[in-house]
Design a protein around this ligand. Structure first.
Ligand SMILES: NC(=O)c1ccc[n+]([C@@H]2O[C@H](COP(=O)([O-])OP(=O)(O)OC[C@H]3O[C@@H](n4cnc5c(N)ncnc54)[C@H](O)[C@@H]3O)[C@@H](O)[C@H]2O)c1
Length: 343
């Protein structure tokens, strides 16, 4: 008799990181149901995930804040776990619209949690962020470093972490992994999925990609007077395919972990903005013109992970280096540029 694959509900599964996680989860033998309201992603991602994985997934279009929709969805089948990516993620926008961010990210996660509790689904892997760490820590950051987010987006992440932790501690059979990503970059090696921001990108690598492609004039480098080797900010960039594999590792480990466990997902090493520019120029064979702009408020000089806990407890390591991250981001950029804008 054929065995039935455990079913995972992936919220935000047509987004950047979620789509890569779907590919990895399918390869690991899970059946995938995606919940997404497509506010920052496209329906066509479903077909591209399926093409890469050679397997079908189910897409449920809806919002994590819609109680009736969630009730119906959890009645469709018994999910083994939820991998929760759905959320808004632009730090600057969160400063402009804190109420929208709270509603979507915190209240939305609360609604999802309530629907899981009602349906008897007790396992969650949550997308958190290194932005929850305070500015006073010295890198590398361990999971025990002081928290102290400086913008509404980071505060939302910490609030959801705390809500999930409180819930899991109160209900004995719950298991939650809180994954704090450092700086996800790159794309699937096929070039079929990647970061596809609406409008002007907020993050470094998608911006650099568009400059290399000649679609944006130049990169603004925010500050060249930090205490780093070349004066520009240093970050821990992690390939999105490695990050996606971290979710499979966390999901597989949930039952042998404590009820609530935090993991940093990063490489444990940092690269400066100018390191990224140079490596991207090598990968693309194109120039990336840049100009130095003033520092942005809240930007720290250096941030990178202590990723030892994930290595020890999840047997997970981010193996892909900066050259692969740039090569894959560039391949994706070229594929995307060749498609119609409305794809
Ligand atoms: N990309 C990063 O640099 C980064 C770093 C740390 C943490 N994260 C977190 O990881 C998660 C995924 O990030 P991403 O980069 O893939 O972002 P993304 O915007 O590409 O993906 C998020 C997805 O969630 C969907 N979504 C948003 N609100 C929703 C709602 N209310 N109901 C249903 N669907 C909704 C969007 O349509 C999108 O497909 C987010 O929670 C983000 O905060 C991202």
């Amino acid at each position: 008799m054929p065995s039935i694959s455990p079913a995972i509900l992936v919220t935000g599964g047509t987004g950047y990181i979620g789509s890569h996680a779907c590919v990895e989860l399918l390869a690991a033998g899970y059946a995938i149901h995606v919940l997404d309201n497509l506010c920052n992603s496209r329906r066509s991602v479903q077909g591209r995930i399926e093409r890469i994985a050679g397997k079908a997934i189910t897409l449920h279009e809806g919002d994590i804040r819609d109680r009736a929709f969630l009730k119906d969805l959890f009645a469709v089948r018994r999910f083994d776990a939820v991998v929760h990516f759905a959320g808004l993620k632009a730090v600057g926008e969160s400063v402009e619209k804190p109420e929208l961010y709270f509603d979507n990210n915190v209240r939305g996660s609360g609604m999802l949690l309530a629907a899981m509790q009602e349906a008897g689904v007790r396992r969650m892997v949550f997308s958190s962020s290194a932005t929850v760490y305070g500015e006073t820590n010295t890198p590398p950051f361990t999971e025990d470093a002081a928290t102290g987010p400086v913008n509404p987006y980071g505060q939302n992440k910490l609030a959801v972490e705390q809500m999930l932790a409180d819930h899991a501690r109160r209900h004995e059979d719950w298991r939650v992994a809180l994954l704090r990503y450092f700086n996800p970059v790159g794309a699937h090696e096929s070039g079929l999925i990647g970061e596809d921001p609406n409008g002007i990108p907020n993050n470094l690598m998608p911006y650099v990609s568009l400059v290399a492609a000649g679609r944006l004039k130049e990169l603004s480098v925010f500050g060249n007077d930090f205490e780093t080797a070349d004066g520009t900010g240093v970050r821990d960039y992690v390939h999105v395919a490695d990050l996606a594999a971290g979710h499979v590792a966390a999901l597989n480990a949930l039952d042998r972990l404590p009820p609530v466990r935090i993991f940093n997902l990063g490489t444990g090493r940092g690269y400066s903005v100018l390191d990224v520019v140079k490596e991207f120029e090598r990968a693309s064979g194109r120039a990336v013109p840049y100009r130095i702009a003033p520092r942005r408020p809240g930007d720290v000089a250096v941030s990178y992970a202590d990723a030892a806990r994930a290595a020890r407890e999840l047997d997970w390591r981010a193996g892909r280096g900066l050259a692969t991250m740039c090569r894959d981001a560039w391949r994706w950029q070229q594929w995307r540029a060749a498609q119609p804008a409305e794809l």
